[in-house]
Design a protein around this ligand. Sequence first.
Ligand SMILES: Nc1ncnc2c1ncn2[C@@H]1O[C@H](COP(=O)(O)OP(=O)(O)OP(=O)(O)O)[C@@H](O)[C@H]1O
Ligand SMILES: [Mg+2]
Length: 282
Amino acid sequence: MKTINPLIETNDVSYIYQNNQHPKKAVDKITLSIKQGEYIAMLGRNGSGKSTLARLLNALLIPSEGEVLVLSKSADNEEDLWFIRKRIGMIFQNPDNQIIGTTVEEDIAFGPENLGVKQQEIKNRVTKALTDVGILDLRERAPHMLSGGQKQKVGIAAVLAMHPMCIIMDESTSMLDPLGREELLQVVSELNRKDNITIINITHHMEEATLANRVIIINDGKIIEDGTPNDVFTDVKKITQIGLDVPQVTLLLYKLQQAGYLDKVDAITVEQAYERIVKILE
Ligand SMILES: Nc1ncnc2c1ncn2[C@@H]1O[C@H](COP(=O)(O)OP(=O)(O)OP(=O)(O)O)[C@@H](O)[C@H]1O
Ligand SMILES: [Mg+2]
């Protein structure tokens, strides 16, 4: 796939919900640039503005101020809305809300049908999407009879059939058990690695965020951290101050540092922490 730089750009974008009498600025002048092929984890407390930002990025919401550009096309132009929505796919928390078809196959064909894709091409896309996600065997099943994890995979396949450049997951793993979560994350990692599809994973799981190449933390509608998982999570004081967790092993090293056993905290995975602790013991 051709690499175009950047895929998504926002310039001072804000979004205000007009609740009668009580307008709420949910996104507050966010400037952001996302390249194709990035794997981003987005974190922040409840109500910090993550879902609102996600909806701005795929033109489900139109900015109150500032602009959002996808491949240089603006969500402000009505004729470019579908250009953007087609390229930036979204998967939500509750898989039941995104099921449309009576069979898995039909569900996945729905998007391309709406785009006016030809029948034979739709068939090819459905088969490829099901294969990529590893659920070809579920093809003729009724989506509402599947497990939560299977439904989320159908959701990803449905987005894939639209040939997106980016997939945004808005807490899509939150209703899954650890195994279901791991499987889904593996699917998106593969899509990122093999097909260079940009991934934005909105999550409350710190361990999930360590899989990303870039971590963005939103607080009160603003970006307050943006960097590699290592850079962001080892800033333990700042992260915990705003009420978020860091990975457990990072917290352990932080405590060891406070107790004088380490001069810096620089591990976010169990393997890295293991190495540091072995060194102390030596
Ligand atoms: N449809 C809406 N109408 C009015 N206010 C809204 C609406 N949706 C969200 N808000 C408000 O905007 C702010 C940001 O909400 P948003 O859903 O973007 O947060 P979030 O970071 O996704 O939170 P969570 O982690 O709970 O999903 C909150 O204060 C919320 O109450
Ligand atoms: Mg949300």
